[in-house]
Design a protein around this ligand. Structure first.
Ligand code: FBP
Length: 345
């Protein structure tokens, strides 16, 4: 019979290697404990009266749900028990210093996609861990390559932890009988050749020429430039899209678009794009803004947004290539996001 180690046992050996890895393991285990509790609350759904609005507004202007507040509290309380110098959370305007002398900094989206809960669709917690550099706060403004681990918990039909650690991406499933995460997928690799894309197509009229060009090529199917028929998926939940791509490949796009407030995309660099990009790259996939590798980008502010294209490497490179040749629909306020030369307009 296959032996499936529990998360704690699996991380025991790396934790013995050096103090930084031991600290990283302590953070992962603290978050896993909080995720188990959050999974229980989410699974209770209407029975736990978590669906309502809390009355608060997060730093991005979104209305906070009660469950957003619960998730934020659970995760930050857990981080207080671990060697964490500072935390950036989607639900807090400014980074919070926990223990300035501790070796790690954590950026976290405590409950991504919480609006999906009303429809019983998977949601998740996304986290990014990096060693503290000069001081706790400036650590968050280093590029995403500074991360030494990242992951996401997905609260869906199964509760799952996708963990990027030690250059490898593993998957753990919460066993409801024991209340423990157990290793169920080792060294995950993004399948390289899946003709499947995910994008919120209702925004088509707001897209740049590059994004329209790429999606139009996919829609043209076997008779078009790409020479094959494509399938489309859109869940509207980043963790669920990332998990699907890890399992069966394809590409996900949340591009910048011409709507007010979307000139730099929708997703946040520190606690959405950076950790998901680390997962993708360590699983053999790729993540780009269309112009740059996500992991080479640095945040200018805690809640900075970024366009995100992630998935099978070839597809991400194809989207990058289209960005190099296509005229923009609009200019970003402070960065030349799109080149000028019309192919698709
Ligand atoms: P929140 O972080 O505000 O929960 O939003 C993130 C998210 O739900 C992603 O999970 C998803 O990819 C995206 O927003 C969906 O956005 P849209 O509703 O614009 O398609």
């Amino acid at each position: 019979m296959e032996i499936r180690p529990a998360l704690h046992a699996y991380l025991e050996w790396p934790a013995q290697q050096n103090p930084m890895r031991a600290a990283t393991v302590a953070v992962i285990e603290a978050l896993a404990g909080a995720a188990i509790e959050l999974a229980r609350t989410i699974a209770a759904g209407s029975l736990a009266a978590i669906g309502g609005e809390s009355g608060g507004i997060n730093p991005d202007g979104d209305r906070q749900k009660t469950i957003d507040i619960i998730a934020d509290r659970l995760m930050r309380d857990a981080l207080r028990t671990a060697p964490v110098a500072a935390v950036v959370s989607e639900e807090m305007e400014l980074p919070e210093v926990l223990d300035a002398d501790a070796p790690l900094c954590v950026a976290i989206d405590p409950l991504d996609g919480s609006a999906n809960l009303e429809n019983n669709i998977s949601v998740g917690t996304i986290f990014s861990i990096r060693p503290k550099t000069r001081d706790a706060i400036s650590t968050f403004f280093e590029p995403g390559t500074a991360q030494n681990a990242a992951g996401c918990f997905i609260y869906g039909p199964q509760t799952v932890l996708v963990l990027a650690f030690d250059q490898c991406v593993d998957c753990f499933t919460l066993d409801p009988r024991t209340g423990e995460f157990v290793l169920t997928g080792r060294d995950l690799q993004v399948p390289p050749d899946t003709p499947e894309f995910a994008i919120n197509a209702s925004n088509r009229r707001h897209w740049s020429g590059a994004v329209r060009g790429y999606i139009d090529q996919c829609l043209a199917g076997v008779n078009g430039e790409r020479g094959q028929d494509y399938n489309m998926r859109w869940i509207g939940s980043l963790v669920a899209e990332a998990y699907r791509i890890l399992m069966r490949g394809g590409v996900f796009l949340y591009p910048a678009d011409a709507r007010q407030g979307y000139r730099e995309g929708r997703l946040r660099l520190l606690y959405e794009a950076h950790p998901i990009a680390l997962i993708m790259e360590w699983a053999g996939g790729a993540a780009s803004s269309g112009r740059a590798r996500i992991l080479e980008l640095s945040a200018r502010s805690p809640h900075q947004r970024v366009p995100l294209i992630m998935g099978s490497t070839r597809a991400v490179r194809d989207v990058d290539a289209v960005h190099l040749t296509v005229e923009p629909l609009f200019e970003s306020s402070d960065a030349p996001l799109f080149a000028r030369r019309g192919l698709f307009r």
